[in-house]
Structures are given as C-alpha cells and as structure tokens.
Design a binder for this molecule. Structure first.
Ligand SMILES: Cc1cc2nc3c(=O)[nH]c(=O)nc-3n(C[C@H](O)[C@H](O)[C@H](O)COP(=O)(O)OP(=O)(O)OC[C@H]3O[C@@H](n4cnc5c(N)ncnc54)[C@H](O)[C@@H]3O)c2cc1C
Length: 373
C-alpha cells in the first residue's frame, strides 16, 4: 500500500524528545505527523526514576546555563500542559540532599554554593548539618553533614509523556505501531505509507545513532543501559513521601514518587531481581538503608530496564543532519533528557523555521558531534 499525505514536519519517535519537537512545531503553526514504532513513551522516556537535577553550579559554562534555563522554565510549561490536558505529571520541586562522604567533596562545596548564588536564579546549593525531613533521613549516617540543593525536582515520566501525547492528539497526526524506515523524497513508513513532508526530525532515541551510521558512516553515540527499581515503603502511613527531597549518594538515587513509593536508581550493572530492599542483597542497598532507614524491607514492585541515548561526546545533539535531504536530529538526552527536551525542541523548531529561539550551546551542535565530517 502506498499513500501520500502532506505535512510540514514528520517527527520520528514519541519519547520526550519527539513529543516536544512535535508540540513546538504545532505551536509554530506547522502541520505535523508524529510516527512511533511502538507506543508513546515506551523507550527510555518510560523511566520510573524521573529525577530533574542540574549539573554542579561551579565552573559555569553555556551547557550548564542552557540546562538551568530549561529547569527554571519547566514548571511553567508543566502547569500549562496540565491545565490544557487535565493530566497530572507528578512534577514537584522537592529539592535534593546529598550526604557529604569525603573531605575532597567538602572542599568543593564553597565554590559550588557560590556558583549557585551567582547562577541558580534564587535556588541554593548549601551545606546543612541536619538534612530537611529528619524522619526520612538519618543525620547520624552523614557526620560531615549534607548538601541541600533546592533546584532539583521530580516528575512521573510516564504521566508526562501521556500529557504531551494527549495535548498532541487533537492537534497533530499521531501514528503508533508504525516505524520510520528512511527518506526517499518522502518519509517511508513500515506499513508502506509515504508521508510527503517539508522536513523530518529523527528523535527516535538510540535509533537515531543507527540512522546516522547508515546515512553517514559516523559513530556518534550509542545506548547506555540502565535499571531502576520502584519500591513501596512499608508502614508509610505516618510518612507522606510526596514532599520529601530526592536523595543522591555515590551514584545511587532515591526518588520519592508518591505517598509511599520511591524509585531507586544507580543499579545499572546489577542483574538480580530481589523483591525486597534488604542490606544483605547488595552493599548499595545497605548504604541507602543506613541513610534512609525507612527503606529497609521496602517491597520492590518493579524492576525496569531501559537504554539511554548517549552521544559519544556526552552532550545532546540537535540540528540539521550533515546529509542531503531535509533531515534534522534531536537525540542524546543521556541522563538529563526529561529536564531539557522542551527547550531543545524550541531551539530546533526555531532553527528549522529560521525564527528566533533559545541559543544552543556549541557542544550540542552538529559540528561538535560530527567533527570534520
Ligand atoms: C535507567 C534510566 C534512568 C533514567 N533516569 C532519568 C532521570 O531520572 N532523569 C532524566 O532526565 N532522564 C533520565 N533518563 C534518561 C531519559 O530517559 C532520556 O534522556 C530520554 O527519555 C530520551 O528521550 P528520547 O525521546 O530521546 O528517547 P526515547 O524515550 O527512547 O524515545 C524514542 C522513541 O522512538 C521510538 N522509535 C524507535 N525507532 C523508531 C522508528 N524506526 N520509527 C518510529 N519510532 C521509533 C521508540 O519506540 C521510542 O518510543 C534515564 C534513562 C534510563 C535508561
């Protein structure tokens, strides 16, 4: 079957990147088709972790500024999205605490606190003796104290992508269960359809790297596998977790998700599937329980595994693909994709339309990622 429909833009992949690119394009008045091989938000954007945290506030640069601007504007975007769709995303600026484990870390903190005062738009990164929420964290587990960061937030990634898809449902053509197969003067789809379009944005997560390899031979990124456990705290009736801060300790994350559930990150190389959080299972569990005793015995509801799209040079990749044809790229969210997708999408759609938009750091650009290609 071959049929032709005409769009201004075909977006490939309905993860958080593709959904935002499609939304920004619709807002710019474009006729948009969003093509998703599986279902909306079924790739890395289904992560149950949902931590929205900034790079450290010292040694400031354009990339940190871009991410900060994105994190600061996100609650406004979320408010509008929730109002217009009625879907609550679970967004909350709950802050983050990190136990200070070493003198080396302690020595970095004055510069970071100062950096936050200079750059973090009223949000702070300060050393505190007793972390907020004493009934959630055991102060004795961190004799050097904690860092309290008031910029960090969390979101339910699944509800977030659902809200974006609902917003798009009446404003764009959303094709699920159909894969993009390539460009031949039109977008070719796995069901035989051809979509005539002015431009294509490849935003299909790790699939973008395969497409780039096929188109240019360049290896500019790959998937970075990761795992997250979703756990329910026992006897949490006296402890509403919704407003508690995220906890970050030595690569591991505890992210409160609701009244009695948390997600646990930092278990990427761990291949067991225990049903309970117990000290004997893994030293990382023991460390987290020492810090946060209420985790002991938490029931693990789900082990989720996903693959982060990671550029070889770490930063996201946004811009026109170095090939003939109207192909644009939006990929490489790695660990920060949920917090920056909306702003990357604004920049990309402005670039496609030749209009004004947020300035992208050079390290997000095609020249940076493709070198001399
Ligand atoms: C374990 C783990 C924990 C994470 N935790 C966080 C976190 O706490 N905070 C944070 O900000 N980020 C986190 N991330 C990273 C974040 O998930 C990613 O940066 C972001 O989701 C990437 O979004 P994306 O739209 O580029 O890719 P994806 O979400 O992977 O979306 C790509 C979509 O494209 C579709 N697709 C693939 N091929 C085709 C095709 N040929 N045609 C059509 N569609 C196609 C896929 O089905 C998929 O739906 C985490 C990732 C992992 C794996």
């Amino acid at each position: 079957m071959t049929s032709v429909s005409t769009y201004d833009l075909v977006v490939v992949g309905a993860g958080v990147f593709g959904l935002w690119v499609a939304k920004r394009a619709v807002e710019a008045g474009m006729r948009v088709a969003l093509v998703e091989k599986n279902s909306v938000g079924s790739g890395a954007s289904a992560t149950p972790l949902g931590a929205l945290t900034a790079h450290s506030p010292d040694r400031w640069n354009a990339k940190k500024q871009f991410q900060l601007d994105a994190l600061i504007e996100l609650p406004g975007e979320i408010d509008r999205l929730e109002d217009e769709t009625g879907v609550l995303t679970g967004y909350r600026r709950c802050g983050r605490v990190m136990p200070i484990r070493s003198d080396a870390f302690l020595a970095q903190l004055p510069a970071r606190s100062e950096g936050a005062r200079a750059h973090w738009a009223g949000r702070s990164y300060e050393v505190v003796r007793n972390a907020p929420s004493g009934d959630w964290l055991d102060a004795a587990a961190a004799p050097l104290g904690y860092v309290h960061d008031t910029l960090a937030a969390r979101i339910s990634a699944r509800r977030y992508t659902r809200a974006l898809a609902d917003w798009l449902a009446s404003r764009a053509t959303l094709l699920e269960g159909v894969g993009y197969e390539g460009w031949a003067d039109a977008a070719r789809l796995s069901d035989g359809r051809r979509l005539a379009t002015g431009a294509v944005v490849l935003a299909h997560g790790v699939g973008v790297f395969d497409a780039i390899r096929d188109l240019t031979g360049a290896e500019i990124g790959r998937g970075s596998p990761g795992r997250v456990a979703l756990a329910r705290i026992r006897k949490a009736s006296d402890l509403d977790l919704s407003a508690r801060p995220l906890i970050y300790d030595g690569g591991a994350y505890i992210v409160p998700q609701g009244v009695d559930t948390v997600s646990l990150g930092g278990f990427d190389d761990y291949d067991g599937h225990p049903a309970t959080v117990r000290s004997e299972v893994d030293p990382r569990f023991a460390r987290l329980i020492a810090l946060c005793p209420r985790l002991d015995g938490a029931e693990i509801l789900q082990w989720w595994a996903g693959v982060r799209p990671k550029c070889r040079l770490r930063d996201p990749l946004v811009g026109k693909a170095p090939v003939d044809g109207p192909i644009w790229l939006a990929a490489g969210g790695f660990k920060i994709g949920l917090g920056v997708a909306h702003r990357l999408a604004s920049a990309l759609i402005a670039e496609i339309n030749g209009s004004a938009g947020p300035r992208l750091p050079e390290t997000f650009g095609i020249r940076h990622h493709f070198g001399r290609l």
